[in-house]
Design a protein around this ligand. Sequence first.
Ligand SMILES: Nc1nc2c(ncn2[C@@H]2O[C@H](COP(=O)(O)OP(=O)(O)OP(=O)(O)O)[C@@H](O)[C@H]2O)c(=O)[nH]1
Length: 356
Amino acid sequence: MATPLAEAIRFVRRVYRLRMLGLGLGVLCAGAVLYEQRAGPIWWILLFVNGYVWPHLAYWRARRAAAPENAERENLVIDSAFGGFWIAVMAFNALPSALYVTMLGVDKIAVGGPRLWRQAVISQALATLVTSAALGFPFAPATSMEVVLACLPFMVSYPTAIGLAAYTLAHTVRRQNRLLDELNRIDSLTGLPNRKHWNEAVAVELRRHHRNGRPAALLMLDVDHFKLINDEYGHAAGDTVLRCVADVLRRCVRDIDTPGRFGGDEFGVVLAETTATQAAEIAERIRSLVATETRLGNGLPGATVSVGVATASPVIGDLRMWMEAADAALYAAKHAGRNRVEPLPAAAKAALAMDS
Ligand SMILES: Nc1nc2c(ncn2[C@@H]2O[C@H](COP(=O)(O)OP(=O)(O)OP(=O)(O)O)[C@@H](O)[C@H]2O)c(=O)[nH]1
């Protein structure tokens, strides 16, 4: 994901392009009115500076700022003040004035929302008032056909550009939300689904079993004496072991199965379309592969896992019961000496049947 500074610079660049287009074409509107007013060179110089120099100055100012996005918002408010200035200079010529008010309002809403729009409207109104007062409140609202024609490129192109900018912003937000959603579902150390996401997969599988009676199994794994590994070889070595277990899980299961990191050194796998015998075989493959892959001399501390297996059945009414059953099987594996696979003990099975 892009850093906040990179995002801010992208925002500044987007506004820079929008400003060059808007002011570049806006010059035609004000220029046509100045031409009709037979305005002196000072007004033409001001118009040229505002239209063709200010966009680059604004970009430079925002790029150099410690907080580019804030500086760009200030630039946008300054844009509106300039617009207000020209509305007064044009003696409120109806069409270009209305265009300036509309376009300089809509672009603020598109890139900064109602708050930026309010600030922009205030700065524009103040600039109009002060300039008009300084010029003696000139008022000539009639718009000639020449001015209408000069306004057309601005009128047609700028709303399209604003629409595109708004779409790009919305698209970026959607993409970032998707990414955030993904990150919320993945365990950052192992890349496996995290507990919340994995629970959802287990619940889906259990519902499928209840619906159509298809077999399904749950494996619960725990790294043996993981605390000792951490203590003896360091946390980084512990992390490598966890990543290795995750890798083994990915290699040992099919696309329809879902491995996940349950938390700490605990992992789970939900196996679709899998009987108790098949689940025990898969669990054994995982157990044996973890021992081989992490054995001493492989650059790893040497780790083993204990695995509990619990198949779905009508007596397992919900997710919690299935997890507890797999956990009871895991406990049995730990109790029986670790580095082994155990099914749900008969006593626990009987207790489940009584509970249901
Ligand atoms: N390296 C590393 N250690 C972790 C992580 N998350 C949890 N742990 C450690 O994992 C250890 C889990 O230890 P315990 O739950 O006591 O279990 P154990 O030592 O594996 O003992 P048994 O399960 O009885 O074999 C704790 O010391 C945690 O600090 C992690 O992301 N990375």
